[in-house]
Design a protein around this ligand. Structure first.
Ligand SMILES: NC(=O)c1ccc[n+]([C@@H]2O[C@H](COP(=O)([O-])OP(=O)(O)OC[C@H]3O[C@@H](n4cnc5c(N)ncnc54)[C@H](O)[C@@H]3O)[C@@H](O)[C@H]2O)c1
Length: 236
């Protein structure tokens, strides 16, 4: 039995719910009869992604940061399930501001999980395939060793921040916190930002529509797994 199959009538808090994947998860939760509150600071997400739910009595949007412990104490206490997606995401954003990446993804995740612990609230922690790093052990397994690049390369701060979230979540299971960790792979579909912040699918589509050549790195024979965003949401 999946968490989503028992979600009807549950009050769910979705951090980062105004973002690309989060907004599709909100669609899914509401369609299954859950009540949904989104907390998002709208740094990368957009109200437009949720415009079709504004006015729905089962839905509310709170503009604020997961690093705000007072706000999160109030919100977590009012909900039965947390889906924690809020993060600094995308290679460009991570490289532009590695400090903020660590602040939001590490400190923000700590705030969310420590509040969840107080109430023993079921929490889904969203991690990333990025944590597999440069592993060549295909197909990846969750019990594989992870092969990350050096700390002098700031892009790895994202993978490390996501791994921290996994470790903290697993450590808190020893204190009784019910936790599920999900490692999403690259998602594509409607609402994917076309600003080229790191999504190769968005970049290819924009380049194709504007008649530019597609950017191909190395010999172009690299392989990568992609998931349609509604399927990503359905497996959260
Ligand atoms: N997109 C992918 O292919 C992919 C792959 C693996 C993992 N993930 C993970 O899935 C989750 C969602 O990613 P996405 O692609 O929808 O990205 P996104 O940028 O569209 O969504 C992230 C959301 O978090 C919000 N946010 C950022 N900082 C915040 C803060 N301090 N407080 C509150 N909200 C904040 C942003 O405004 C945004 O709405 C992230 O945790 C990401 O690491 C995504």
């Amino acid at each position: 039995m999946t968490l989503l199959s028992t979600i009807e009538n549950k009050r769910c808090l979705v951090t980062g719910g105004a973002g690309f994947i989060g907004s599709h998860l909100v669609d899914r939760l509401l369609s299954q009869g859950a009540g949904v509150t989104v907390v998002d600071n709208l740094s990368l997400g957009r109200t437009a992604n949720l415009a079709h739910h504004l006015g729905n009595p089962g839905f509310s949007l709170v503009t604020g940061s997961i690093t705000d412990s007072r706000l999160m104490a109030d919100l977590v206490g009012e909900h039965q399930v947390i889906f924690h997606l809020a993060a600094v995401v995308g290679v460009k954003h991570v490289l532009d501001d590695p400090l903020n990446t660590l602040y939001v993804n590490v400190d923000g995740t700590r705030v969310v999980l420590m509040e969840a612990l107080k109430h023993q609230t079921r929490t889904v922690v969203v991690s990333s395939s990025e944590v597999y790093g440069k592993s060549r052990h295909i197909p990846f397994s969750e019990t594989d060793d992870l092969v990350l690049g050096p700390s002098s390369a700031p892009r790895w701060s994202y993978a490390v921040s996501k791994l921290y979230g996994e470790h903290l979540a697993l450590a808190l299971t020893h204190q009784g916190l019910p936790v599920t960790i999900v490692r999403y792979f690259n998602a594509y579909g409607p609402r994917l930002a076309g600003d080229g912040y790191g999504s190769v699918v968005a970049k290819f589509i924009v380049q194709a529509l504007t008649g530019q050549p597609l950017t191909v790195h190395d010999d172009g024979c690299q392989k990568r797994g992609f998931t349609y965003v509604a399927d990503t949401a359905a497996n959260s």
